[in-house]
Structures are given as C-alpha cells and as structure tokens.
Write a protein that binds this ligand. Structure first.
Ligand code: PHE
Length: 348
C-alpha cells in the first residue's frame, strides 16, 4: 500500500462526514454554502479525492470502501439541499421583516355610497324598525298599474299632473299601454293583488317625468312609497308613523305639519311638511318645507284589488328622496346628484 491506510478506512470517512456536517451547521449564507459544496462535493473536493483513492486499495477491499464513499456522498448532498432551503427561507423572512412599518402608507382612495343611496337606506331603516318590509318593483310599468288601478282612469285630469314618458309601443287599440313609472304607487296594487292584509311595505325606487330640469326638478328622481293596510287603521296611525319617521331622520325636536292635498288614490289626502327652522334651532317664523304626500287608501282602490272595505282600511305615502337629501346636506341644486362630479360626490 502506497498511501497511509487510515485515509482508506470507513472510520476515517465517518470522521470526514461528521466534520463536514459540523461545518455545514455553521454556514449562514448561500456563499458560505457554496464554499462548503466546493470543498466537499466539488470536482476537486474531498469526496472526489476519496473516490480516486479507491484504486490504491487491494481489490478485495475496493467494493466495500466504494459503497461507504457513495453513501457518504449522498448524505452530504442531501444535507446540502436541506441547508440551502433553510437559508433561502430565512432570507425571505428577513426581507419581510425589513419592511419599515412605521413609514407612512400609500393612501387608498375609498369609494362611498351615493348620497341618494345613503338617504334611501336611512329612510328604509326608519321604517323597517317600525315593522315595514322593503320591496322593489319594475321601472317600466303598465298604464293599468301606474294609473287605472290607482283610480286614475283614461282621460282623468290628474294624469296631466304626471308628465308621462310613454314606451313607444302600441296595443291592438292603437294605445300605448306601457310607460316609465311616474311614481312608486303602482307597487301598492301589485302587492295587494297578491297578498291579503295585514300589509306593511315600503318601496324605494326610481321614477320618471317628462319635465324640464332646473335646480329643483329632474326628469328622473327617487321616491319611497309606503303602504299599511289592516283592520282598524286610522288617520291617527298615518300621522303617528310619519311623525316618527321625521323624528328619526331629522331629530327629536323636528316640527311637522299636515295639510289637505289631493291624490285620486287616497281620501282624505294630505301633504306633510317639516319646519326647517325647528330643526336648525332658529327662532322666528316657521319655514315649512313639504317632504311627502300621503292619505288614507281610497276605498275604490281597496275594492279594485278585492279587499273587503268593511274590514280593512289603510294609509299610503310617497316620499321624495332627493328633497330629503337636499335638506339633510344643505344642497340647493337637485342636478348635482346626477352630474357625477366626483368633487361633489366625494364629500359624502
Ligand atoms: N304617488 C304620489 C306622487 O307621486 C305620492 C303619494 C303616494 C301620495 C301615496 C299619496 C299616497 O305624487
């Protein structure tokens, strides 16, 4: 034997492996790791040297020693990969930790609900806490529901008050049966046709009128219809409910006023105003602003849907949403709501 035989003992290989693993444990960086790899597993590394030295052994000892080196080499390679993953994982953790959380953040532009949507939600909340259910209905409506069933037959003068946008489609009589609803009241009929009393509902939604626009008129706007039908409902219930609504929306001290008004589908009919000065705590004369139309549902309307008018009475109301939003936010031009100017909408 030419070389010292200790190099060629399995015991010696074990020692080399154990030294290698101790060194590996103390490597911290990928560079260190690469140095280690070159030293042990590189083309001129210790493992290759050991392999080369096999030929120095007597042939009987070569296979066993060869296997010892192979398994040592596999072990070192496996440990190398493990260590590599370990270093990579701790590096990425360090990168995450190195983010300075005390730096100012990048601002995110928050969206917000449209002021009309917010007002609709506030009004709906006021009524749902009083036991009303929220439903919705079609914006393209039939003359039948928008007018006829609401005690506004063809050629009734009340139709002049609703400047109607008709759908350009004629029936076999040459008449236009469809329109863009001019109010949310048709949903009173659609519901009562399908449901026996008690009925307590509110209907938020868009309505349309063929009107020139100015600071207080839009050709489309939003209403919230209300309807309550049951045994023994009186005008006092109407007043109590609407007063409670006004207090919920405008504050406990708000003053309300009811005056006679006319709508063909209610009898008697009324309008409710609030005293804007009572709300803003101003002294002096009241400043009455009308916010809704209301009344006891006309017996003709109840009969038309098949309700027993000896048993049931009801009240209905229609609230103008834009008017309420304008009052609440001190807005003096209704057209601002629909111009989609972000400088306006961004304030809410
Ligand atoms: N629908 C009526 C309007 O648009 C408002 C209203 C509803 C009045 C219900 C009385 C009862 O003017």
């Amino acid at each position: 034997m030419k070389k010292n035989s200790t190099t060629h003992s399995a015991q010696n290989v074990d020692e080399i492996v154990s030294n290698a693993l101790t060194e590996l444990m103390s490597t911290k960086t990928l560079d260190d790791l690469d140095q280690w790899r070159i030293r042990y597993l590189g083309r001129k590394g210790i493992v290759v040297q050991l392999k080369r030295s096999i030929s120095d052994l007597p042939s009987a000892e070569r296979p066993e020693f060869g296997q010892t080196i192979n398994s040592a080499s596999k072990e070192l390679e496996a440990k190398l990969l493990n260590k590599q993953e370990e270093i990579l994982a701790s590096d990425s953790k360090k990168t995450a930790e190195s983010i300075d959380v005390t730096l100012p953040g990048v601002p995110v532009n928050n969206g917000s609900l449209h002021p009309i949507t917010q007002t609709i939600r506030d009004i709906c909340d006021a009524f749902t806490t009083m036991g009303f259910e929220v439903i919705e209905g079609p914006e393209v409506e039939l003359d039948y529901y928008n007018f006829q069933m609401l005690n506004i037959p063809k050629h009734h003068p009340a139709r002049d008050g609703f400047n109607t946008l008709w759908i350009d489609q004629e029936d076999s009589n040459g008449e236009k049966p469809m329109l863009l609803r001019t109010h949310t009241s048709p949903m009173q009929i659609r519901t009562m046709e399908n449901q026996e009393p008690p009925v307590r509902l509110i209907v938020p939604g868009k309505v349309y009128r063929y009107e020139a626009t100015d600071s207080s008129h839009e050709w489309h706007f939003s209403q919230i219809e209300g309807l309550a039908v049951d045994k023994g409902i009186t005008f006092a219930n109407l007043k109590g409910t609407l007063y409670e609504f006004a207090r919920k929306l405008f504050g406990e001290d708000v003053k309300v006023r009811f005056r006679c008004d006319y709508f063909p589908f209610v009898e008697p009919g009324a309008e409710m105003s609030i005293d804007w000065n009572s709300r803003t705590n101003q002294t002096g004369d009241a400043n009455w602003i009308e916010i809704l139309g209301a009344g006891m549902v006309h017996p003709k309307v109840l009969k038309a849907v098949g309700y027993d008018t000896d048993k049931y009475t009801g009240f209905a109301f229609g609230i103008g949403v834009e008017r309420i939003a304008m009052l609440k936010h001190g807005i003096d031009d209704i057209r601002l709501f629909y111009n989609n100017d972000i400088r306006f909408l961004g304030q809410f």
